[in-house]
Design a protein around this ligand. Structure first.
Ligand code: PPS
Length: 569
Protein backbone atom coordinates (compact mmCIF):
# COMPACT_ATOMS: atom_id res chain seq x y z
CA UNK A 1 0.00 0.00 0.00
CA UNK A 2 1.31 3.45 -0.83
CA UNK A 3 1.42 5.76 2.16
CA UNK A 4 -0.44 8.97 1.40
CA UNK A 5 0.57 12.37 2.68
CA UNK A 6 -1.97 13.67 5.13
CA UNK A 7 -2.67 16.55 2.75
CA UNK A 8 -3.32 14.62 -0.48
CA UNK A 9 -6.86 13.46 -1.29
CA UNK A 10 -7.60 9.88 -0.32
CA UNK A 11 -9.23 7.45 -2.81
CA UNK A 12 -12.99 7.06 -2.41
CA UNK A 13 -15.23 4.33 -3.83
CA UNK A 14 -17.85 6.69 -5.28
CA UNK A 15 -18.53 6.87 -9.00
CA UNK A 16 -19.31 10.13 -10.80
CA UNK A 17 -22.75 11.68 -10.50
CA UNK A 18 -23.72 10.58 -14.04
CA UNK A 19 -22.58 6.99 -13.48
CA UNK A 20 -24.42 6.95 -10.16
CA UNK A 21 -27.68 7.98 -11.86
CA UNK A 22 -27.22 5.22 -14.42
CA UNK A 23 -26.35 2.63 -11.77
CA UNK A 24 -29.42 3.58 -9.76
CA UNK A 25 -31.65 2.82 -12.74
CA UNK A 26 -29.92 -0.45 -13.55
CA UNK A 27 -29.98 -1.56 -9.92
CA UNK A 28 -33.75 -2.02 -10.18
CA UNK A 29 -33.05 -5.52 -11.55
CA UNK A 30 -30.54 -6.52 -8.86
CA UNK A 31 -31.12 -8.53 -5.71
CA UNK A 32 -31.27 -6.05 -2.83
CA UNK A 33 -29.81 -6.33 0.63
CA UNK A 34 -31.26 -4.01 3.29
CA UNK A 35 -28.30 -2.85 5.33
CA UNK A 36 -28.36 -3.04 9.13
CA UNK A 37 -27.51 0.14 11.09
CA UNK A 38 -24.00 -1.22 11.68
CA UNK A 39 -23.47 -2.06 8.02
CA UNK A 40 -24.57 1.45 7.04
CA UNK A 41 -21.82 2.86 9.27
CA UNK A 42 -19.26 0.45 7.79
CA UNK A 43 -20.35 1.19 4.24
CA UNK A 44 -20.13 4.95 4.72
CA UNK A 45 -16.51 4.67 5.88
CA UNK A 46 -15.67 2.19 3.12
CA UNK A 47 -17.05 4.52 0.47
CA UNK A 48 -15.57 7.78 1.74
CA UNK A 49 -12.06 6.41 2.33
CA UNK A 50 -12.31 6.21 6.11
CA UNK A 51 -11.44 2.50 5.80
CA UNK A 52 -8.78 2.99 3.09
CA UNK A 53 -7.22 0.78 1.67
CA UNK A 54 -10.30 -1.49 1.80
CA UNK A 55 -12.20 -1.50 -1.48
CA UNK A 56 -15.24 -3.35 -0.24
CA UNK A 57 -16.43 -5.91 2.27
CA UNK A 58 -13.63 -8.38 3.02
CA UNK A 59 -13.12 -11.47 0.88
CA UNK A 60 -12.80 -14.78 2.72
CA UNK A 61 -9.00 -14.82 2.36
CA UNK A 62 -8.67 -11.24 3.62
CA UNK A 63 -11.08 -12.03 6.47
CA UNK A 64 -8.96 -15.03 7.48
CA UNK A 65 -5.82 -12.92 7.44
CA UNK A 66 -7.44 -10.13 9.47
CA UNK A 67 -8.81 -12.55 12.03
CA UNK A 68 -5.57 -14.55 12.33
CA UNK A 69 -2.91 -11.85 12.26
CA UNK A 70 -4.47 -8.47 11.51
CA UNK A 71 -3.30 -8.48 7.92
CA UNK A 72 -4.93 -8.47 4.49
CA UNK A 73 -3.58 -11.02 2.01
CA UNK A 74 -1.25 -8.38 0.51
CA UNK A 75 0.30 -7.91 3.96
CA UNK A 76 -1.36 -4.59 4.80
CA UNK A 77 -2.17 -4.02 8.46
CA UNK A 78 -5.94 -4.15 9.09
CA UNK A 79 -7.20 -5.27 12.51
CA UNK A 80 -10.98 -5.42 12.17
CA UNK A 81 -13.15 -7.75 10.06
CA UNK A 82 -15.50 -5.61 7.96
CA UNK A 83 -18.05 -8.09 6.65
CA UNK A 84 -21.39 -8.04 4.96
CA UNK A 85 -23.23 -10.53 7.15
CA UNK A 86 -26.55 -11.74 5.71
CA UNK A 87 -29.25 -14.27 6.48
CA UNK A 88 -28.94 -17.74 4.94
CA UNK A 89 -32.14 -17.29 2.89
CA UNK A 90 -30.63 -14.24 1.19
CA UNK A 91 -27.22 -15.87 0.69
CA UNK A 92 -28.89 -18.88 -0.98
CA UNK A 93 -30.20 -16.61 -3.73
CA UNK A 94 -26.76 -15.14 -4.53
CA UNK A 95 -24.29 -16.63 -7.02
CA UNK A 96 -20.59 -15.77 -7.01
CA UNK A 97 -19.95 -13.01 -9.53
CA UNK A 98 -23.41 -11.52 -9.12
CA UNK A 99 -23.93 -7.79 -8.41
CA UNK A 100 -26.23 -6.88 -5.53
CA UNK A 101 -27.76 -3.56 -4.47
CA UNK A 102 -27.03 -2.31 -0.95
CA UNK A 103 -29.92 -0.24 0.37
CA UNK A 104 -30.56 1.74 3.53
CA UNK A 105 -33.54 1.05 5.77
CA UNK A 106 -35.80 3.28 3.67
CA UNK A 107 -34.86 1.35 0.53
CA UNK A 108 -32.55 4.05 -0.90
CA UNK A 109 -29.70 2.50 -2.88
CA UNK A 110 -26.30 3.50 -1.51
CA UNK A 111 -23.97 1.15 -3.38
CA UNK A 112 -23.66 -1.98 -5.44
CA UNK A 113 -21.34 -4.84 -4.62
CA UNK A 114 -19.95 -7.60 -6.81
CA UNK A 115 -20.06 -10.75 -4.71
CA UNK A 116 -16.73 -12.54 -5.05
CA UNK A 117 -16.95 -14.61 -1.87
CA UNK A 118 -19.64 -16.29 0.19
CA UNK A 119 -18.89 -18.35 3.28
CA UNK A 120 -20.11 -19.41 6.69
CA UNK A 121 -17.63 -17.99 9.19
CA UNK A 122 -16.47 -19.70 12.34
CA UNK A 123 -17.87 -17.10 14.72
CA UNK A 124 -16.36 -18.65 17.84
CA UNK A 125 -12.90 -18.35 16.27
CA UNK A 126 -13.62 -14.75 15.22
CA UNK A 127 -14.68 -13.93 18.78
CA UNK A 128 -11.57 -15.53 20.30
CA UNK A 129 -9.10 -14.00 17.87
CA UNK A 130 -10.55 -10.53 17.38
CA UNK A 131 -12.22 -9.81 20.72
CA UNK A 132 -10.08 -12.02 22.94
CA UNK A 133 -12.80 -14.41 24.16
CA UNK A 134 -15.98 -16.07 22.98
CA UNK A 135 -17.86 -14.42 25.84
CA UNK A 136 -21.33 -12.93 25.35
CA UNK A 137 -20.59 -10.24 27.95
CA UNK A 138 -18.54 -8.58 25.19
CA UNK A 139 -20.97 -6.38 23.21
CA UNK A 140 -19.39 -7.23 19.84
CA UNK A 141 -19.35 -10.98 20.59
CA UNK A 142 -22.98 -10.76 21.60
CA UNK A 143 -23.67 -8.94 18.34
CA UNK A 144 -21.72 -11.53 16.37
CA UNK A 145 -23.75 -14.44 17.75
CA UNK A 146 -27.17 -12.83 18.19
CA UNK A 147 -27.51 -10.07 15.60
CA UNK A 148 -25.09 -10.74 12.73
CA UNK A 149 -26.28 -12.99 9.89
CA UNK A 150 -24.95 -16.51 9.51
CA UNK A 151 -23.29 -16.03 6.12
CA UNK A 152 -20.68 -13.46 5.07
CA UNK A 153 -20.52 -11.98 1.58
CA UNK A 154 -17.38 -10.30 0.32
CA UNK A 155 -16.52 -8.22 -2.71
CA UNK A 156 -15.71 -4.77 -4.07
CA UNK A 157 -18.18 -1.95 -3.54
CA UNK A 158 -19.20 0.74 -6.01
CA UNK A 159 -20.39 3.81 -4.13
CA UNK A 160 -23.50 5.58 -5.40
CA UNK A 161 -24.33 7.99 -2.59
CA UNK A 162 -23.56 8.70 1.06
CA UNK A 163 -26.01 7.52 3.71
CA UNK A 164 -28.40 10.34 4.51
CA UNK A 165 -28.04 12.08 7.89
CA UNK A 166 -30.58 14.62 9.05
CA UNK A 167 -28.80 15.52 12.29
CA UNK A 168 -25.73 17.75 12.74
CA UNK A 169 -25.02 17.79 9.00
CA UNK A 170 -22.59 20.67 9.24
CA UNK A 171 -20.52 18.74 11.76
CA UNK A 172 -19.98 15.62 9.63
CA UNK A 173 -16.94 15.45 7.37
CA UNK A 174 -15.54 12.84 5.02
CA UNK A 175 -11.79 12.17 5.21
CA UNK A 176 -11.27 14.35 2.14
CA UNK A 177 -13.35 17.18 3.57
CA UNK A 178 -11.23 17.16 6.72
CA UNK A 179 -8.02 16.95 4.70
CA UNK A 180 -9.14 19.95 2.65
CA UNK A 181 -10.03 21.85 5.81
CA UNK A 182 -6.60 21.19 7.33
CA UNK A 183 -4.95 22.23 4.07
CA UNK A 184 -6.93 25.42 3.95
CA UNK A 185 -6.02 26.38 7.51
CA UNK A 186 -2.40 25.36 7.06
CA UNK A 187 -2.62 22.73 9.80
CA UNK A 188 0.29 20.30 9.27
CA UNK A 189 0.24 18.42 12.57
CA UNK A 190 -3.13 17.34 13.88
CA UNK A 191 -3.76 15.29 17.00
CA UNK A 192 -7.08 13.42 17.05
CA UNK A 193 -9.07 12.63 20.16
CA UNK A 194 -11.49 9.71 19.93
CA UNK A 195 -14.41 9.75 22.33
CA UNK A 196 -17.83 8.23 23.01
CA UNK A 197 -18.45 10.10 26.27
CA UNK A 198 -19.33 13.65 27.22
CA UNK A 199 -16.23 15.80 27.78
CA UNK A 200 -15.57 17.39 31.14
CA UNK A 201 -12.82 19.75 32.32
CA UNK A 202 -10.25 16.94 32.73
CA UNK A 203 -10.75 15.92 29.08
CA UNK A 204 -10.43 19.48 27.90
CA UNK A 205 -7.18 19.85 29.88
CA UNK A 206 -5.72 16.56 28.66
CA UNK A 207 -6.56 17.09 25.01
CA UNK A 208 -5.20 20.61 25.01
CA UNK A 209 -2.05 19.44 26.80
CA UNK A 210 -1.64 16.61 24.24
CA UNK A 211 -1.92 19.11 21.39
CA UNK A 212 0.66 21.40 23.00
CA UNK A 213 3.06 18.49 23.58
CA UNK A 214 2.75 17.37 19.98
CA UNK A 215 2.89 21.00 18.80
CA UNK A 216 -0.22 20.22 16.86
CA UNK A 217 -3.75 21.40 16.32
CA UNK A 218 -6.51 19.38 17.88
CA UNK A 219 -9.35 17.45 16.28
CA UNK A 220 -12.11 16.32 18.65
CA UNK A 221 -13.41 13.33 16.71
CA UNK A 222 -16.34 11.76 18.56
CA UNK A 223 -18.07 8.61 17.41
CA UNK A 224 -21.73 9.12 16.61
CA UNK A 225 -22.41 5.84 14.80
CA UNK A 226 -22.74 3.00 17.28
CA UNK A 227 -21.04 3.01 20.66
CA UNK A 228 -21.34 0.88 23.77
CA UNK A 229 -24.91 0.00 24.77
CA UNK A 230 -25.95 2.27 27.63
CA UNK A 231 -23.82 5.25 26.54
CA UNK A 232 -25.19 8.80 26.59
CA UNK A 233 -27.00 9.25 23.24
CA UNK A 234 -25.06 11.12 20.58
CA UNK A 235 -27.57 13.99 20.32
CA UNK A 236 -26.88 14.97 23.92
CA UNK A 237 -23.16 14.38 23.54
CA UNK A 238 -22.83 16.58 20.48
CA UNK A 239 -24.59 19.45 22.27
CA UNK A 240 -22.09 18.93 25.12
CA UNK A 241 -19.11 18.87 22.74
CA UNK A 242 -20.26 22.09 21.13
CA UNK A 243 -20.25 23.76 24.54
CA UNK A 244 -16.71 22.49 25.30
CA UNK A 245 -15.37 23.56 21.92
CA UNK A 246 -15.72 27.20 22.98
CA UNK A 247 -13.32 26.57 25.88
CA UNK A 248 -10.26 25.99 23.66
CA UNK A 249 -8.19 28.95 22.48
CA UNK A 250 -9.58 30.21 19.19
CA UNK A 251 -8.32 28.53 15.99
CA UNK A 252 -6.46 25.74 17.79
CA UNK A 253 -9.19 23.14 17.78
CA UNK A 254 -12.00 21.80 15.65
CA UNK A 255 -14.62 19.08 16.01
CA UNK A 256 -16.00 16.62 13.50
CA UNK A 257 -18.42 13.71 13.94
CA UNK A 258 -17.42 10.20 12.88
CA UNK A 259 -20.14 7.78 11.82
CA UNK A 260 -18.23 4.73 13.02
CA UNK A 261 -19.79 1.60 14.51
CA UNK A 262 -17.44 0.79 17.37
CA UNK A 263 -16.75 -2.84 18.35
CA UNK A 264 -15.19 -2.12 21.77
CA UNK A 265 -12.26 -4.34 20.79
CA UNK A 266 -9.65 -2.63 22.99
CA UNK A 267 -6.14 -3.07 21.47
CA UNK A 268 -7.29 -4.01 17.95
CA UNK A 269 -9.81 -1.21 18.07
CA UNK A 270 -7.06 1.31 18.99
CA UNK A 271 -5.07 0.29 15.90
CA UNK A 272 -8.22 0.53 13.78
CA UNK A 273 -9.06 3.96 15.21
CA UNK A 274 -5.53 5.07 14.37
CA UNK A 275 -5.83 3.95 10.74
CA UNK A 276 -9.19 5.70 10.43
CA UNK A 277 -7.74 8.94 11.84
CA UNK A 278 -4.73 8.70 9.54
CA UNK A 279 -7.19 8.46 6.67
CA UNK A 280 -8.89 11.60 7.97
CA UNK A 281 -5.61 13.49 7.65
CA UNK A 282 -4.42 13.38 11.27
CA UNK A 283 -0.79 12.91 12.27
CA UNK A 284 -1.16 12.09 15.96
CA UNK A 285 -3.65 10.12 18.01
CA UNK A 286 -4.40 10.04 21.73
CA UNK A 287 -4.61 6.52 23.15
CA UNK A 288 -5.69 6.14 26.73
CA UNK A 289 -5.80 3.58 29.47
CA UNK A 290 -8.25 0.84 28.48
CA UNK A 291 -8.93 2.40 25.06
CA UNK A 292 -12.33 1.24 23.68
CA UNK A 293 -12.71 -1.19 26.58
CA UNK A 294 -15.85 -3.37 26.62
CA UNK A 295 -16.17 -3.56 30.43
CA UNK A 296 -16.09 -6.77 32.46
CA UNK A 297 -16.31 -10.32 31.11
CA UNK A 298 -18.74 -12.91 32.44
CA UNK A 299 -16.24 -13.76 35.21
CA UNK A 300 -16.20 -10.13 36.36
CA UNK A 301 -12.69 -9.52 34.96
CA UNK A 302 -11.45 -7.01 32.40
CA UNK A 303 -11.23 -8.34 28.85
CA UNK A 304 -7.91 -6.58 28.21
CA UNK A 305 -5.04 -5.25 30.29
CA UNK A 306 -5.20 -1.46 30.87
CA UNK A 307 -2.20 -0.73 28.62
CA UNK A 308 -2.65 -3.48 25.97
CA UNK A 309 -4.07 -0.94 23.52
CA UNK A 310 -1.14 1.44 23.93
CA UNK A 311 1.34 -1.43 23.50
CA UNK A 312 -0.25 -2.81 20.35
CA UNK A 313 -0.53 0.69 18.90
CA UNK A 314 3.13 1.45 19.65
CA UNK A 315 4.19 -1.79 18.00
CA UNK A 316 2.46 -0.89 14.73
CA UNK A 317 2.82 2.87 14.91
CA UNK A 318 4.99 3.21 11.78
CA UNK A 319 2.61 1.17 9.68
CA UNK A 320 -0.42 2.99 11.00
CA UNK A 321 1.28 6.21 9.99
CA UNK A 322 0.26 8.11 13.11
CA UNK A 323 2.18 8.98 16.22
CA UNK A 324 0.63 7.91 19.49
CA UNK A 325 0.21 10.49 22.23
CA UNK A 326 -0.22 9.08 25.72
CA UNK A 327 -3.43 9.95 27.45
CA UNK A 328 -2.58 11.50 30.80
CA UNK A 329 -5.02 10.88 33.60
CA UNK A 330 -5.76 14.42 34.82
CA UNK A 331 -6.89 15.19 38.35
CA UNK A 332 -7.91 18.40 40.07
CA UNK A 333 -5.55 19.74 42.74
CA UNK A 334 -7.60 21.73 45.20
CA UNK A 335 -4.85 23.96 46.64
CA UNK A 336 -3.73 25.01 43.14
CA UNK A 337 -7.28 25.17 41.72
CA UNK A 338 -5.83 23.52 38.62
CA UNK A 339 -5.66 20.21 36.77
CA UNK A 340 -2.44 18.17 36.84
CA UNK A 341 -1.47 14.82 35.28
CA UNK A 342 -1.77 12.36 38.13
CA UNK A 343 2.01 11.69 37.98
CA UNK A 344 2.85 15.38 38.46
CA UNK A 345 0.67 16.22 41.44
CA UNK A 346 2.65 18.30 44.00
CA UNK A 347 3.31 16.30 47.13
CA UNK A 348 0.91 16.67 50.02
CA UNK A 349 -1.84 18.32 47.97
CA UNK A 350 -5.52 17.43 47.94
CA UNK A 351 -6.59 15.62 44.79
CA UNK A 352 -10.23 15.68 43.68
CA UNK A 353 -11.77 13.38 41.09
CA UNK A 354 -15.26 12.12 40.24
CA UNK A 355 -15.58 8.73 38.55
CA UNK A 356 -18.07 7.99 35.78
CA UNK A 357 -20.13 5.87 38.17
CA UNK A 358 -20.20 8.66 40.76
CA UNK A 359 -21.21 11.19 38.10
CA UNK A 360 -24.12 8.99 37.01
CA UNK A 361 -25.21 8.63 40.66
CA UNK A 362 -25.18 12.39 41.14
CA UNK A 363 -27.17 12.93 37.97
CA UNK A 364 -29.66 10.22 38.97
CA UNK A 365 -30.15 11.65 42.41
CA UNK A 366 -30.09 15.30 41.34
CA UNK A 367 -26.99 16.03 43.48
CA UNK A 368 -24.45 18.81 42.97
CA UNK A 369 -21.85 18.47 40.20
CA UNK A 370 -19.08 20.91 41.10
CA UNK A 371 -17.77 23.57 38.73
CA UNK A 372 -14.21 22.24 39.02
CA UNK A 373 -15.40 18.97 37.53
CA UNK A 374 -17.40 20.09 34.50
CA UNK A 375 -18.62 23.09 32.60
CA UNK A 376 -22.05 24.40 33.63
CA UNK A 377 -23.32 24.15 30.03
CA UNK A 378 -22.36 20.45 29.92
CA UNK A 379 -24.02 19.73 33.25
CA UNK A 380 -27.19 21.49 32.11
CA UNK A 381 -27.30 19.36 28.94
CA UNK A 382 -26.74 16.15 30.89
CA UNK A 383 -29.42 17.06 33.41
CA UNK A 384 -31.85 17.71 30.58
CA UNK A 385 -31.47 14.15 29.28
CA UNK A 386 -30.83 12.43 32.62
CA UNK A 387 -33.15 14.16 35.08
CA UNK A 388 -33.08 12.83 38.65
CA UNK A 389 -35.10 9.68 39.18
CA UNK A 390 -37.83 11.67 40.90
CA UNK A 391 -38.44 13.46 37.58
CA UNK A 392 -38.02 10.47 35.23
CA UNK A 393 -40.82 8.36 33.85
CA UNK A 394 -41.52 4.92 35.32
CA UNK A 395 -43.95 2.00 35.15
CA UNK A 396 -45.88 0.26 37.91
CA UNK A 397 -46.94 -3.16 36.71
CA UNK A 398 -49.63 -4.94 38.77
CA UNK A 399 -50.10 -8.66 38.20
CA UNK A 400 -52.48 -11.13 39.82
CA UNK A 401 -55.64 -13.22 39.32
CA UNK A 402 -58.85 -11.83 37.91
CA UNK A 403 -60.69 -10.22 40.81
CA UNK A 404 -57.54 -9.97 42.95
CA UNK A 405 -57.99 -6.22 43.32
CA UNK A 406 -55.41 -5.05 40.77
CA UNK A 407 -57.67 -2.50 39.11
CA UNK A 408 -58.99 -1.09 42.36
CA UNK A 409 -55.51 -0.58 43.82
CA UNK A 410 -54.22 0.75 40.49
CA UNK A 411 -57.04 3.33 40.42
CA UNK A 412 -56.30 4.43 43.97
CA UNK A 413 -52.61 4.71 43.15
CA UNK A 414 -53.34 6.75 40.03
CA UNK A 415 -55.41 9.25 42.01
CA UNK A 416 -52.75 9.58 44.70
CA UNK A 417 -50.03 10.19 42.08
CA UNK A 418 -52.22 12.75 40.32
CA UNK A 419 -52.77 14.51 43.61
CA UNK A 420 -48.97 14.81 43.95
CA UNK A 421 -48.71 16.20 40.39
CA UNK A 422 -45.55 16.73 38.34
CA UNK A 423 -45.88 13.90 35.83
CA UNK A 424 -48.76 12.72 33.62
CA UNK A 425 -50.25 9.39 34.73
CA UNK A 426 -51.84 6.79 32.43
CA UNK A 427 -53.71 3.75 33.67
CA UNK A 428 -53.54 0.76 31.31
CA UNK A 429 -56.13 -1.39 33.01
CA UNK A 430 -56.74 -4.92 31.68
CA UNK A 431 -60.29 -4.16 30.57
CA UNK A 432 -59.40 -0.81 29.01
CA UNK A 433 -56.54 -2.33 27.05
CA UNK A 434 -58.65 -5.21 25.81
CA UNK A 435 -61.21 -2.70 24.57
CA UNK A 436 -58.88 -0.19 22.90
CA UNK A 437 -55.67 -2.05 22.01
CA UNK A 438 -56.45 -5.75 21.94
CA UNK A 439 -60.12 -6.11 21.05
CA UNK A 440 -59.41 -8.88 18.54
CA UNK A 441 -57.50 -11.05 21.04
CA UNK A 442 -58.68 -13.98 23.16
CA UNK A 443 -57.03 -15.77 26.07
CA UNK A 444 -54.73 -18.36 24.46
CA UNK A 445 -51.07 -18.18 25.56
CA UNK A 446 -50.19 -16.61 22.24
CA UNK A 447 -52.88 -13.94 22.50
CA UNK A 448 -52.14 -13.15 26.14
CA UNK A 449 -48.47 -12.65 25.19
CA UNK A 450 -49.38 -10.28 22.39
CA UNK A 451 -51.68 -8.38 24.73
CA UNK A 452 -49.05 -8.00 27.45
CA UNK A 453 -46.32 -7.00 24.99
CA UNK A 454 -48.59 -4.28 23.60
CA UNK A 455 -49.09 -2.99 27.12
CA UNK A 456 -45.32 -3.16 27.65
CA UNK A 457 -44.64 -1.21 24.49
CA UNK A 458 -47.09 1.56 25.41
CA UNK A 459 -45.73 1.66 28.98
CA UNK A 460 -42.16 1.89 27.72
CA UNK A 461 -43.09 4.83 25.45
CA UNK A 462 -44.84 6.59 28.35
CA UNK A 463 -41.80 5.93 30.55
CA UNK A 464 -39.43 7.21 27.86
CA UNK A 465 -41.40 10.43 27.62
CA UNK A 466 -41.30 11.10 31.34
CA UNK A 467 -44.78 9.91 32.32
CA UNK A 468 -46.04 7.31 34.76
CA UNK A 469 -47.65 4.17 33.33
CA UNK A 470 -49.74 2.02 35.64
CA UNK A 471 -50.57 -1.38 34.14
CA UNK A 472 -53.03 -3.84 35.63
CA UNK A 473 -53.38 -6.99 33.50
CA UNK A 474 -53.35 -10.55 34.82
CA UNK A 475 -50.06 -11.15 32.94
CA UNK A 476 -49.85 -14.80 33.98
CA UNK A 477 -46.51 -15.72 32.32
CA UNK A 478 -43.17 -14.90 33.95
CA UNK A 479 -41.26 -14.82 30.66
CA UNK A 480 -43.63 -12.23 29.18
CA UNK A 481 -43.44 -10.10 32.32
CA UNK A 482 -39.64 -10.27 32.01
CA UNK A 483 -39.83 -9.11 28.40
CA UNK A 484 -41.97 -6.13 29.45
CA UNK A 485 -39.53 -5.31 32.24
CA UNK A 486 -36.68 -5.22 29.73
CA UNK A 487 -38.63 -2.98 27.37
CA UNK A 488 -39.41 -0.48 30.12
CA UNK A 489 -36.03 -0.59 31.83
CA UNK A 490 -34.41 0.67 28.65
CA UNK A 491 -35.98 4.03 29.56
CA UNK A 492 -36.74 4.10 33.27
CA UNK A 493 -37.70 2.16 36.37
CA UNK A 494 -40.04 -0.81 36.44
CA UNK A 495 -41.90 -1.67 39.64
CA UNK A 496 -43.64 -5.04 39.58
CA UNK A 497 -46.41 -5.41 42.17
CA UNK A 498 -47.84 -8.85 42.78
CA UNK A 499 -51.39 -8.56 44.08
CA UNK A 500 -51.21 -11.82 45.99
CA UNK A 501 -54.89 -12.51 46.63
CA UNK A 502 -55.35 -16.30 46.64
CA UNK A 503 -57.40 -18.00 43.96
CA UNK A 504 -59.80 -19.25 46.67
CA UNK A 505 -60.44 -15.68 47.83
CA UNK A 506 -60.87 -14.41 44.24
CA UNK A 507 -63.34 -17.20 43.57
CA UNK A 508 -65.18 -16.50 46.81
CA UNK A 509 -65.49 -12.81 45.85
CA UNK A 510 -66.33 -13.59 42.18
CA UNK A 511 -67.34 -9.96 41.51
CA UNK A 512 -68.05 -10.50 37.81
CA UNK A 513 -69.44 -14.04 38.14
CA UNK A 514 -66.66 -15.29 35.84
CA UNK A 515 -65.29 -17.96 38.19
CA UNK A 516 -68.70 -19.61 38.33
CA UNK A 517 -68.80 -19.67 34.53
CA UNK A 518 -65.25 -20.98 34.41
CA UNK A 519 -66.12 -23.81 36.84
CA UNK A 520 -69.08 -24.68 34.67
CA UNK A 521 -66.73 -24.81 31.69
CA UNK A 522 -68.56 -21.91 30.02
CA UNK A 523 -65.34 -19.84 29.96
CA UNK A 524 -62.32 -21.80 28.77
CA UNK A 525 -58.66 -21.19 29.70
CA UNK A 526 -59.57 -19.20 32.78
CA UNK A 527 -56.50 -18.14 34.77
CA UNK A 528 -56.18 -20.06 38.05
CA UNK A 529 -59.00 -22.49 37.15
CA UNK A 530 -58.13 -23.93 33.77
CA UNK A 531 -55.05 -21.93 32.81
CA UNK A 532 -51.71 -21.42 34.61
CA UNK A 533 -50.42 -18.43 36.59
CA UNK A 534 -46.65 -18.14 37.31
CA UNK A 535 -46.35 -16.56 40.74
CA UNK A 536 -43.77 -13.72 40.51
CA UNK A 537 -40.58 -14.79 42.25
CA UNK A 538 -38.96 -11.40 42.91
CA UNK A 539 -41.47 -8.62 42.46
CA UNK A 540 -40.50 -5.20 43.83
CA UNK A 541 -43.58 -5.52 46.07
CA UNK A 542 -46.11 -8.16 47.06
CA UNK A 543 -49.38 -6.92 48.53
CA UNK A 544 -51.90 -8.99 50.46
CA UNK A 545 -55.46 -7.76 50.08
CA UNK A 546 -57.31 -9.96 52.56
CA UNK A 547 -58.25 -7.83 55.58
CA UNK A 548 -56.27 -4.85 54.21
CA UNK A 549 -58.11 -1.88 52.75
CA UNK A 550 -57.39 -0.51 49.28
CA UNK A 551 -56.03 2.77 50.59
CA UNK A 552 -53.42 0.92 52.58
CA UNK A 553 -52.42 -1.25 49.59
CA UNK A 554 -51.97 1.83 47.40
CA UNK A 555 -49.97 3.45 50.17
CA UNK A 556 -47.60 0.46 50.28
CA UNK A 557 -46.93 1.00 46.58
CA UNK A 558 -46.24 4.69 47.17
CA UNK A 559 -43.73 3.80 49.90
CA UNK A 560 -42.00 1.40 47.54
CA UNK A 561 -41.83 4.08 44.81
CA UNK A 562 -40.38 6.48 47.33
CA UNK A 563 -37.72 3.98 48.41
CA UNK A 564 -36.80 3.53 44.73
CA UNK A 565 -36.24 7.29 44.50
CA UNK A 566 -39.08 7.69 42.01
CA UNK A 567 -41.16 10.08 44.07
CA UNK A 568 -39.92 12.67 46.50
CA UNK A 569 -40.38 11.67 50.18
S1 PPS B 1 -54.06 -11.34 30.32
O1 PPS B 1 -53.95 -12.78 30.62
O2 PPS B 1 -53.14 -10.57 31.13
O3 PPS B 1 -53.91 -11.06 28.89
O4 PPS B 1 -55.54 -10.94 30.75
P1 PPS B 1 -56.13 -9.44 30.86
O5 PPS B 1 -55.89 -8.67 29.63
O6 PPS B 1 -55.69 -8.82 32.12
O7 PPS B 1 -57.68 -9.71 30.91
C1 PPS B 1 -58.22 -10.28 32.01
C2 PPS B 1 -59.69 -9.90 32.11
O8 PPS B 1 -60.42 -10.59 31.13
C3 PPS B 1 -61.54 -11.27 31.70
N1 PPS B 1 -61.43 -12.67 31.22
C4 PPS B 1 -60.48 -13.59 31.55
N2 PPS B 1 -59.47 -13.59 32.44
C5 PPS B 1 -58.70 -14.68 32.53
N3 PPS B 1 -58.88 -15.79 31.82
C6 PPS B 1 -59.89 -15.86 30.90
N4 PPS B 1 -60.07 -16.95 30.17
C7 PPS B 1 -60.74 -14.72 30.75
N5 PPS B 1 -61.81 -14.45 29.96
C8 PPS B 1 -62.20 -13.20 30.25
C9 PPS B 1 -61.47 -11.09 33.19
O9 PPS B 1 -62.55 -10.26 33.52
C10 PPS B 1 -60.17 -10.34 33.46
O10 PPS B 1 -60.42 -9.10 34.13
P2 PPS B 1 -59.83 -8.74 35.57
O11 PPS B 1 -59.87 -7.25 35.61
O12 PPS B 1 -58.45 -9.28 35.68
O13 PPS B 1 -60.78 -9.37 36.51
Amino acid sequence: MTMLSNLAPIPELYVSYESAQKLKLEAGDLQSHDLTPRQICDLELLMNGGFYPLKGFLSEADYDGVVENMRLTDGTLWPMPINLDVKEEFADKIEIGQDIALRDQEGVILATMTVTDKWVPNKAREAEMVFGADDLAHPAVNYLHHTAGKVYLGGPVTGIQQPVHYDFRARRDTPNELRAYFRKLGWRRIVAFQTRNPLHRAHQELTFRAAKEAQANLLIHPVVGMTKPGDVDHFTRVRCYEAVLDKYPAATTTMSLLNLAMRMAGPREAVWHGLIRRNHGCTHFIVGRDHAGPGKNSQGQDFYGPYDAQELFKKHQDEIGLEMVDFKHMVYVQEKAQYYPVSEVPEGSTVLDISGTELRRRLREGLEIPEWFSFPEVVTELRRTSPPRSKQGFTVFFTGFSGSGKSTIANALMVKLMEMGGRPVTLLDGDVVRKHLSSELGFSKEHRDINIKRIGYVASEITKNGGIAICAPIAPYASTRRAVREMVEAYGAFCEVHVATTIEECERRDRKGLYKLAREGKIKEFTGISDPYDVPENPELRVETENVDVDNCAHQVLLMLESMGLIAG
